[in-house]
Design a protein. Sequence first.
Length: 131
Amino acid sequence: MSSHPDLVAAAVAASSRAYAPYSHYFVGAALRGDNGKIYSGANVENASYGLCICAERAAIIAAVLDGVRTIEAIAVATSTSPPAAPCGMCRQTIAEFAREAALILTNDRGERLDMKLSELLPHAFHREDIK
């Protein structure tokens, strides 16, 4: 599995731009699309908590708007130790565009966990499940 240093650096940089005045939990994500480009996102909170957006989904939205339909790899950066995994909603959103993508979880201390998305979400719901 490639180490994806460019994705890790982009995710860490994105986490510093997060808008998290309520939780103070800053998350950044960066993904590589099937076009080779990197897309990043950060969590954006809202006083109406249901309107918050996670970093992973923000990055995916940017990629999709640029025509990406397959994610090759995604890095998620937090400040927690060990690095935190995406929430359930983000896991399912990632699964829509990546079944076996490399997933890199990292933090601002340089710790990291590398895995495949299928390890984190082994029984994802896919379009083939809709009949």
